[in-house]
Ligand binder design. Structure first.
Ligand SMILES: [Zn+2]
Length: 131
């Protein structure tokens, strides 16, 4: 029987973990957008960098229109310039804004990103942070 090389398997796990981290930031940004809508706040809004680094606390200015554009794609994430790497080639830059970049998840990471998309239908409160 064929079994994949250990390093190959490890990379898949890493890509999945990275995508899950990104999904956490994405969920937080959804709440920022909702809160801003209730306050009738102006644009741009301070959204959280959705890069692979869980410790990253960078804020990126996005208008609601720009944010909605990113969110129309389950596999797209907005990150601070310079934060587009770090996921071992599992993503690529698709848009360059003035103060932010948009990256698209590829391969296994994109599968996870789609599965965790809060607007994709498969998102359950079980996975969302309550608070
Ligand atoms: Zn970042």
């Amino acid at each position: 029987m064929f079994s994949p090389a250990p390093c190959e398997q490890q990379r898949e796990v890493d890509a999945e973990q990275v995508a899950r981290n990104d999904a956490v930031f994405r969920a937080a940004n959804e709440r920022i957008r909702d809160a801003a809508a209730g306050l009738d706040a102006g644009d741009p809004l301070p959204f959280i960098c959705e890069c692979a680094d869980l410790a990253c606390r960078e804020l990126i200015p996005l208008t609601r229109e720009e944010y909605e554009d990113v969110r129309t794609h389950a596999t797209w994430f907005a990150v601070s310039p310079g934060h587009e790497g770090g996921s071992d080639g599992a993503s690529r830059v698709v848009e360059h804004g003035d103060a932010y970049l948009v990256v698209e998840k590829l391969g296994r990471a994109s599968d996870v990103a789609e599965a965790l998309d809060p607007r994709g239908g498969s998102w359950t409160s079980e996975h969302a942070e309550s608070g």
